[in-house]
Design a protein around this ligand. Structure first.
Ligand code: ZN
Length: 105
């Protein structure tokens, strides 16, 4: 897995695909895309693949989807079926996560 340091040594921060804010990656959901076309939520944040991050909030997921951010983030187009599956996974995930996290966005 590639380790990139875009922001002066702080590798715990990632950009949310929806709101484009830098956030601690512990507070973001990682979604990983693989060469075989699978797109899955990477709960442990160590699956590899091409990862993008999004806040665990419906607003950010919707913003990422509207801006076609997913395909851009994954550096490959994402087909409608895969996107729908991802969104339904994220909805369940968001319901679970927002119980613990203060709303930041
Ligand atoms: Zn966000």
């Amino acid at each position: 897995m590639l380790k990139r340091r875009r922001r002066k040594g702080d590798r715990n921060e990632r950009l949310c695909l929806g709101c484009r804010q830098l956030r601690d990656k512990r507070n973001l959901v990682r979604v990983a895309a693989f060469r075989d076309g699978r797109v899955i939520i990477d709960e442990a944040k160590k699956l590899g693949g091409r990862g993008v991050y999004v806040c665990p909030y419906a607003d950010c997921v919707i913003a990422a989807t509207k801006k076609r951010g997913w395909g851009h983030g994954f550096k490959r187009p994402i087909d409608a079926k895969t996107l729908n599956e991802l969104l339904s996974q994220l909805k369940r995930h968001i319901l679970w996560m927002t119980g613990d996290l203060a709303r930041l966005c």
